[in-house]
Design a binder for this molecule. Structure first.
Ligand SMILES: C=CC1=C(C)c2cc3[nH]c(cc4nc(cc5[nH]c(cc1n2)c(C)c5CCC(=O)O)C(CCC(=O)O)=C4C)c(C)c3C=C
Ligand SMILES: [Fe+2]
Ligand SMILES: [Fe+2]
Length: 348
């Protein structure tokens, strides 16, 4: 067995904070998207069924058609200035800004992706080279799911399995209804509403700008929830807390699920049919907030910001506001710092 030794290069006894998000292809071409989707959809935490059945279907059918369609979707949102996906740009900026908050301490911040680049192995090795002997893993998912949180941590542990000298490890628990998280998301809704009110006033229009604020989460197969994945319960915690923070109820702040994949039943109601049915009920001015995502990505910018927006307007909707994710905003960095300092207690 070969175990890696990654010697510290400058100092010892430091603490590492590792920000983790899902991942993204390196470019929008067929090969890169295929490589990324193949890694993602071969993860047994994501597709639990037998690989004997799934792999031929994945390699033969899914990965011949899906990469082209996904590539076109990525093209619509691509950060051309940096030639990378928004998720990668935003995750890097979150890490750089969080690092500034710890500048005067012995904490070092790194970032990595569960699938694609930069890998979590590279990120862990980078922290070890900087002399980190303790590492806090922060999967940036407010709501727990085995398909996201657990597989992110698994991947870090896989890197640790090959090390001669392992660092001590902690993992960030879900923060679905953490007051700091809820306050930050609620503020994005208030800011967006104030902005729409300003525009309405300038144009001499009146009325509640957000008849509904739809809270749309990434979906999950119902089967996984039935087997015990706490994701759905965590989403409900987030929405309940947001309703309190914004003085809204089930009618004015409904919960829906997007990004369904494959033929099985996923969590309901599905976002797109829910939203496109609204104009017929007299609801023509809405906002969509996506508190399951800490960074804007394909699912928020294209699926909701382009596709669902178009269908809502075609169905008779008047105004559709996409509320940005927390991204690299000062409020988000405050939140990350609060969560990190809490989990580092006893280490710092
Ligand atoms: C069975 C398939 C999938 C499960 C389960 C799943 C859970 C899950 N995913 C996220 C967050 C993101 N998913 C993103 C993209 C994405 N997700 C799936 C499938 C499953 N997700 C696919 C096939 C894709 C690729 C996109 C496409 O080809 O259309 C992303 C965006 C990545 C980006 O680069 O922008 C995120 C983020 C969560 C939170 C979650 C569990 C609840
Ligand atoms: Fe997903
Ligand atoms: Fe999608």
């Amino acid at each position: 067995m070969v175990f890696h030794h990654v010697p510290a290069q400058e100092a010892h006894g430091r603490i590492g904070v590792l920000l983790i998000n899902l991942g993204t292809p390196d470019d929008t071409g067929y090969r890169a998207v295929r490589r990324y989707l193949s890694e993602f959809l071969s993860d047994r935490r994501v597709i639990e069924g037998s690989p004997l059945f799934w792999q031929p279907l994945l390699q033969g059918v899914v990965l011949t058609t899906r990469p082209r369609a996904s590539g076109r979707a990525y093209e619509r949102i691509w950060n051309t200035a940096r030639n990378e996906s928004p998720l990668r740009t935003i995750t890097r900026e979150q890490a750089e800004k969080l690092a500034q908050r710890f500048e005067a301490s012995n904490v070092r911040v790194a970032w990595g992706m569960r699938y694609g680049a930069p890998s979590l192995k590279e990120a862990v090795h980078d922290l070890l080279r900087q002399g980190c002997e303790r590492i806090l893993c922060m999967p940036l998912y407010p709501q727990y799911s085995a398909t996201t949180t657990a597989t992110a941590n698994d991947q870090v542990f896989r890197a640790l399995m090959r090390l001669r000298n392992q660092p001590a490890i902690r993992t960030l628990p879900p923060f679905a209804d953490d007051p700091a998280f809820i306050a930050a998301v609620a503020q994005t809704v208030r800011n967006a509403r104030d902005e729409v009110l300003r525009v309405q006033a300038a144009e001499g229009r009146e009325g509640e700008p957000f008849q509904k604020v739809v809270a749309s989460f990434h979906g999950l197969p119902v089967d996984y929830v039935k087997k015990g994945d706490s994701y759905h319960a965590d989403c409900q915690k987030t929405v309940a807390a947001l309703r309190v923070a914004l003085g809204r109820d089930e009618q004015t702040l409904p919960m829906t699920f997007q990004s369904r994949f494959g033929p099985t039943r996923w969590l309901e109601p599905y976002t797109e049919p829910y939203i496109t049915a609204l104009p017929a009920q007299g609801i023509t001015r809405i906002a969509v907030v996506m508190p399951g995502f800490m960074a804007d990505c394909l699912e928020t910018l294209d699926e909701i910001g382009n596709e669902v927006r178009e269908r809502f307007l075609e169905a008779g909707g008047e105004s559709f506001t996409l509320i940005p994710c927390l991204n690299e905003s000062p409020a988000c960095i405050d939140l990350l710092e609060t969560l990190a300092r809490r989990e580092l207690s006893g280490w710092l």
